[in-house]
Design a protein around this ligand. Structure first.
Ligand SMILES: [Zn+2]
Length: 361
C-alpha cells in the first residue's frame, strides 16, 4: 500500500468517524429501496453513554473518571493491530450488564439506533454468554431479556428486526454448547445462528456438532469466516457448518473456485468495510475485494458490524463505497438489492418490505 493511499484511508476514516449518519445526504443510498443491515452486533453496539451510566449505577470502576477520556476504551480511534485487539473494545460494554434489565435496555436502544440511522430492516446478532459471563447472569434469561427489549422497542419504532444468536467460539466448545442450548430454548424468536470470535485459534472444525443441532432446529446459518483465516475457513463454513451467508469473507478473493461456487449457490457475503480496516484485515480500503465480488456477480452486501464500537453507521459504509471504492449509482443499487435478497426473510416478507419502502419513498 502506498503512503498516499494509507493517508487518504485515514483521512476518510476520520471524516466519517466525526460525521453522524443522519446528517449524510440521502443520495448516498437509493431511497426507493430498503436500507438493510444484516451484520450488526447488538452487543457491539452499546452506546458509550449507556456504558458510562450503567457503570455509575452499579458502582463499577472504569479505567477513567472522565467520560471523554473513557471513549477510546470502548471506541476504535484509528485501526487496531488485529481482530483480537478490535474485539477487546467490546469488553466494557458487556462488563456493565449487571442485571437482565440492563440487557433489555441495550436491546431496546439498539432498535432506537437502527431506526434513527434510517435502517428499514436489521438482523441483530448477539452472544448471550458473552453478555452474561461478567456478572453471572443466566444465559437463557439474557436471551429472553434481549427478546423483550426488541419487542418493546419495535412497538414504538417503525423498523423491522430479526435476531441471530451467536456462538462465541473464543470461549471453547463446551461454553458454545451451553450458549446454543440457551438460544434454542427461545428458537422461535431467532432467525439464524452465527459463529463469531477468534477464527484463527478456534477453527470451524471444532463446532461441526453444534451446527448439526442448528440444522435440526431448522434455523438459518451465517458464519464469520475468511476474516482472520484463509479461504479454507469459508469452504469449511459452507460444507460442514451449512452456512448460507459468510460474515466478512474477505479471503474469498484468493480462491476463484470458491467465488464461482458461492455465485452458483447464492451464498452471500456480508461485507463490513470500516470493520475490515479497523481490524487490520484490509490495509487500503480502496483495494477492498468487494469490488471483485460485485464484478463477479456475487451476492455481496454492505453492513456495519459493531457500529457503537466503530463510531459509524450504515450510511457511512455506502458513502465509503461511493467515495473510496468508486461505486456508481447502479452498483449501490445492486448492493441494496443484494442485502434484501441475502436476508433471512421469507419471499413474502421481502416483497412486502420492498413495497412498503417504495410506497413511502
Ligand atoms: Zn461480526
Amino acid at each position: 500500500m502506498s503512503k498516499v493511499n494509507q493517508l487518504s484511508s485515514i483521512i476518510l476514516w476520520s471524516i466519517f468517524h466525526k460525521t453522524h449518519s443522519y446528517r449524510l445526504p440521502i443520495t448516498m443510498t437509493h431511497s426507493h429501496l430498503p436500507l438493510i443491515d444484516l451484520h450488526r452486533h447488538l452487543d457491539g453496539n452499546i452506546r458509550p453513554k449507556t456504558i458510562w451510566a450503567l457503570a455509575q449505577q452499579h458502582n463499577i470502576v472504569l479505567p477513567e473518571t472522565n467520560f471523554e477520556a473513557f471513549i477510546p476504551h470502548v471506541q476504535i480511534q484509528g485501526s487496531e493491530s488485529d481482530l483480537l485487539a478490535f474485539l477487546s473494545k467490546l469488553d466494557w460494554g458487556v462488563a456493565v450488564l449487571k442485571t437482565l434489565d440492563d440487557c433489555k435496555r441495550i436491546a431496546y436502544e439498539n432498535v432506537e439506533d437502527a431506526f434513527h440511522a434510517g435502517i428499514h430492516y436489521a438482523e441483530l446478532r448477539f452472544s448471550p454468554y458473552y453478555m452474561a459471563m461478567n456478572n453471572n447472569l443466566v444465559v437463557a434469561d439474557v436471551v429472553a431479556a434481549v427478546i423483550d427489549g426488541i419487542n418493546a422497542a419495535c412497538k414504538v419504532y417503525d423498523v423491522k428486526i430479526n435476531l441471530i444468536g451467536i456462538l462465541s467460539r473464543t470461549f471453547g466448545v463446551e461454553k458454545c454448547q451451553a450458549e446454543l442450548d440457551a438460544l434454542l430454548t427461545h428458537k422461535q424468536h431467532l432467525i439464524a445462528i452465527d459463529l463469531a470470535g477468534d477464527e484463527y485459534n478456534f477453527p470451524g472444525e471444532m463446532f461441526v456438532d453444534h451446527f448439526k443441532q442448528v440444522q435440526k432446529a431448522q434455523l438459518n446459518v451465517t458464519v464469520h469466516a475468511g476474516e482472520a483465516a484463509g479461504p479454507e475457513s469459508i469452504w469449511q463454513a459452507i460444507n460442514q457448518l451449512h452456512a448460507k451467508r459468510i460474515g466478512h469473507g474477505v479471503a474469498c478473493h484468493q480462491d476463484e473456485k470458491l467465488m464461482d461456487f458461492m455465485r452458483v449457490n447464492n451464498i452471500a457475503i456480508e461485507s463490513c468495510l470500516t470493520s475490515n480496516f479497523q481490524t487490520g484485515t484490509i490495509k487500503d480500503l480502496s483495494q477492498h475485494p468487494i469490488k471483485q465480488f460485485l464484478a463477479k456477480d456475487l451476492l455481496v452486501c454492505l453492513n456495519t458490524d459493531d457500529p457503537g464500537v466503530q463510531g459509524i453507521e450504515l450510511k457511512n459504509e455506502y458513502r465509503l463505497a461511493r467515495q473510496t471504492l468508486g461505486f456508481n449509482d447502479k452498483e449501490i443499487q445492486q448492493l441494496q438489492e443484494n442485502a434484501l435478497a441475502a436476508s433471512f426473510l421469507s419471499p413474502n416478507d421481502k416483497a412486502a418490505l420492498k413495497q412498503k419502502v417504495q410506497d413511502n419513498a
